[in-house]
Design a protein around this ligand. Sequence first.
Ligand SMILES: Cc1cc2nc3c(=O)[nH]c(=O)nc-3n(C[C@H](O)[C@H](O)[C@H](O)COP(=O)(O)OP(=O)(O)OC[C@H]3O[C@@H](n4cnc5c(N)ncnc54)[C@H](O)[C@@H]3O)c2cc1C
Ligand code: SF4
Ligand code: SF4
Length: 585
Amino acid sequence: MEVDIVCVGFGPAMGGFLTTLSRGLATAGTCPQIVCYERAEGLGFGVSGVVTRARGIRSSFPDLDPSQIPMAAPVADEHVLYLLDPHGASRRSAALRVADAGLRRSGAARDWSFELPWTPPFLHKADGLVLSIGQFNQWVAEQLMTTALVQLWPGMPVAEPLIEGGNRVLGVRLADQNGEPGMDIRAALTVVGDGPLGPVSRIIDATMGTPAGFERNDWAVGMKMVIELPAGCALASGTVLHTFGYPEPEIFGFLYVHPENVATVGIFVPSWFDSPVRTSYRYLQHYLRHPAIWRHVAGGRLRSWGAKSLQESGRRAEPHLVGNGYARIGEGSGSTNVLTGSGVDEAWTTGIQLAEAVLELMREGAPYTRENLERTYVARRRASWVDEEARVSERAREGFQRGVIEGLAGMGLTGLTNGRFAWPGEPMPPHRRLPSLEDYYKGRIPPEEIAAMRRECSSKAVPLHDALMDRCGWPPMEYDGQLLVSHQDALLVGGKVQAPAGYADHVVFLYPSLCENCPTQLCVEVCSGQAIVRGEEGHAPVFDREKCVHCGACVWNCTTEVGDGSGRTNIEFRAGAGGLHSTEN
Ligand SMILES: Cc1cc2nc3c(=O)[nH]c(=O)nc-3n(C[C@H](O)[C@H](O)[C@H](O)COP(=O)(O)OP(=O)(O)OC[C@H]3O[C@@H](n4cnc5c(N)ncnc54)[C@H](O)[C@@H]3O)c2cc1C
Ligand code: SF4
Ligand code: SF4
């Protein structure tokens, strides 16, 4: 099939691109054929916070009335809380324990938390919005469909770009289905907005290379719940809480309040949290149970749940933004601001910039060559606040390579000096910095006890993290069937994890023999959907496509390099259909 522009992925970046482009085309009275393929089953897919300053979004919708977007609210109130550990189970440094004791003795801590007297300016979202990304994407899609200028196709994973001669993208190939080869879609321009782990982006990088200094070593899993707050909850719509310090010092958390007594509560588990059994789901439950959070959510009801990876190298992971026949926008193009923790508005704005460039090239009748896209799109991006702020934040998280206190100090330093100073640290691929289980638990659990737990969990084919966390003093989780539910039940809330028939597995263990000798099998521990489970003793894990939520965490958590010199690890994340679908996330 031949079209004029083919687009991969429908997230905020593509929303910004298609909104701006379709308006420009309507004004110009031209009608090229534009097709956008989204992997997920619906256009309201997405997992995010979201609190955003919404500068780019408001520039697209100057008269935006948040009440027209379900779950949207203006930011009303912001707080930053340091959370102490009420159980003594987290792995805290001696310095942090002394600080915690001081806060408690002085009476400054309430509900095991200490509110910073001031929110650092770089964290402020005071003029912004609280959104649900699913509802926002759905709202944008509805506006686009009324233009009849863009075809949006959910449930259609793109397998790969069509590359000619190693330096020109001619379009894309859709994923094979039911044994039938996927269709080729040829286009003058391919717009890639496939997010942090998109296969189309990765294949372009592998074929055409990456710029000097490129690195993509910092990641996090963001896991969240949408909660109907209990009646009488005092939190007002638009309230924003940022937290740090608990359940582990490395884990950041958030609570954002939507209209109608609904909140989003979640955590980020980063790749520099060096636990070889880092799990998100159980930590999220302990987070909910922290007294400073629980006092707001106790008695509430879980409405939805989700997880997704975040690419946290920011501008350092900026690939070639354009080439002959293609351009990249959004998080996969390195647009996320890692100092302020914001990606939605940045992604949206890169979409606007590309659309303006495309409209300019259309007016000129100029082809989509690398030079023309550099001159129009890349030039706009370089001159914009997105690039300026991404440069400021570029080194903001380096300190976390050394430790939490250094990381927090580094963020403060970078934020307060507008990027002039950072706490130095060398980002490393996650698997190269991970200690063994025995080293991680040194002084807390003897190696022989770890070995016995490992044997027992292997024989029961269950992950190891629960046994280890129980042993370290994390209290057992008492499920109430309303808000605290088992991981399996969370997958069923809303009944929205889907795996349409006829597609191949998208998570592939490249060399199962490497898995057989893998001591931690971290892919099993981190799996957000319990879709990767231990195999029989001495065998590779088993992947169940029907449970996969496409969070991508297994890829950057695999601990073993395949050894072909590329530095890639033993899991490949290919284009796949289905996964999580909740318009509330
Ligand atoms: C839990 C969590 C909380 C967050 N909180 C905030 C916040 O408070 N504020 C903020 O600004 N940002 C936040 N972010 C980050 C923000 O969500 C992202 O930066 C933003 O969504 C990036 O937009 P994007 O369009 O570039 O990519 P995405 O939103 O990832 O969209 C990419 C789309 O491409 C699709 N796709 C991928 N591969 C294919 C394929 N092969 N074929 C077809 N489609 C494909 C995906 O399904 C997806 O829909 C958060 C993220 C998470 C996970
Ligand atoms: S995929 Fe990676 S982490 Fe998982 S068992 Fe195999 S080698 Fe280990
Ligand atoms: S198998 Fe699926 S759900 Fe599990 S970590 Fe990988 S992408 Fe996430």
